[in-house]
Design a protein around this ligand. Sequence first.
Ligand code: AMP
Length: 220
Amino acid sequence: MYVVFLGAPGAGKGTQAAEIAKDLKLAHIATGDMFRDAQKKGTTLGLKAKEYMEKGQLVPDEITVAMLLERISRPDCAQGVILDGFPRTLAQAEALDKALAKQKKAIDDVVYIKVPDAELIKRLGGRWICRKCQTPYHEVNSPPKAKGVCDKCDGELYQRADDVPGTIKERLKVFFAQTAPLIDYYTKNGKLTEVNGQGEMAAVRKKILDAVKKGKPGRK
Ligand code: AMP
């Protein structure tokens, strides 16, 4: 089962994908996390990606597609995956469809998590993330019990380098220019369900789960 989570930065894709992947026993693949990991390790890929990430721009398709296709070919993806942050361009979506078709597979569902722009900016500006377990917090909406410390694993919380006002604005611009056309692409092929990403996390999660299970008799 292949599921794509589509949404602007700050829509909650990562948080929801992590939980839902556990529920559905799927691998959770986040291309942004893969790039950050490569940066931490100081690999050539990481250094290349950094040039684009710090400006809020997309890493070129050929780099991103090759990384993603290699990743989903690994054994832990055999039962299927939730793709979080990929595809982000039409060329990436087409490359993914083509690669899956070669294996007689296809994307099953696309969930577009929609959140108004003003809310996205508020969420990203106040976001803190655990270095160890990646749990996200918000300084106003969902602060940790102790400042700077993860409630779950005691890890250190940090703010992403691209969660600063100028870069947030650029990332949103990039989303609407390059990624939003995918809403149309996946609507036309009947795969897309739009979910309102505002409100309690658990309520949004239920709506996403319903969207993924919708019309799929037998799917638990
Ligand atoms: P994210 O963690 O999903 O917000 O991604 C952080 C950054 O990683 C983005 O702003 C891009 O620079 C880069 N990135 C992540 N996924 C992709 C993708 N599918 N295509 C191109 N760049 C990506």
